[in-house]
Design a protein. Structure first.
Length: 203
């Protein structure tokens, strides 16, 4: 299993995040051909133009969310389901949307097999969010839009937080957005990142 020492050395301090990075079996979420690299701190191709993010980025984004056990989380970009599993260990419920039907199906199957009953996966357009389950205490994007969709900001609860990569393929920043009790939006740039672009479903 991946030890947390490397992640901790890179600046992750949240003990709960470090614990789940240690415990969630990343090898269960990577394609067989990448099994030997499952615990390397690097992204891995999972097909369909998608990747499983490197453990440090998963940990950093999870730490930025500042999750509590009673939180309901919206995840845009299920991918392999690895980040979903991390969120499920830290929050009450995870609602995850994946644009690629094959990835939505395989991630849901893997998460169910591993016993994650608090993750709900559906295939759809992440730009629209999951309005019937809103508002969400936390929202996480694992693919980069050029700008945060208004629908997602609307579905973020007051005093909620959204973490996302934002920008074009050559110029992305990880940002944190906090919504105040009055509904105002406060934005902070964290550090440069490189994610796959967020896309709409193909017709």
């Amino acid at each position: 299993m991946l030890t947390a020492e490397h992640i901790e050395h890179r600046g992750i301090r949240d003990p709960d995040v470090l614990r789940v990075i240690r415990s969630v079996p990343r090898h269960e979420f990577v394609p067989l051909q990448h099994a030997g690299s499952a615990y390397a701190d690097k992204p891995l191709d999972i097909g369909y133009g998608a990747t499983i993010s490197q453990p440090f980025i998963v940990a950093a984004m999870s730490e930025l969310l500042h999750l509590a056990k009673n939180h309901r989380v919206l995840e845009i970009g299920t991918g392999s389901g690895y980040q979903s599993a991390i969120l499920a260990e830290l929050a009450a419920e995870v609602f995850s949307i994946e644009v690629v039907p094959e990835l939505a199906h395989s991630a849901a199957k893997t998460l169910h097999r591993l016993g994650y009953r608090n993750v709900h996966v559906r295939q759809g357009d992440g730009y629209l969010g999951w309005p019937e389950e809103a508002p969400f205490d936390r929202i996480l994007l694992t693919a980069a839009p050029v700008e945060i969709p208004t629908a997602l900001l609307d579905q973020l609860a007051k005093r909620g937080r959204l973490v996302a990569p934002v920008g074009g393929e050559a110029d992305q920043q990880l940002i944190r957005i906090d919504k105040t009790s009055g509904g105002d939006i406060q934005r902070q740039i964290i550090f440069p990142v490189l994610f796959v672009p967020m896309v709409h479903p193909t017709s």
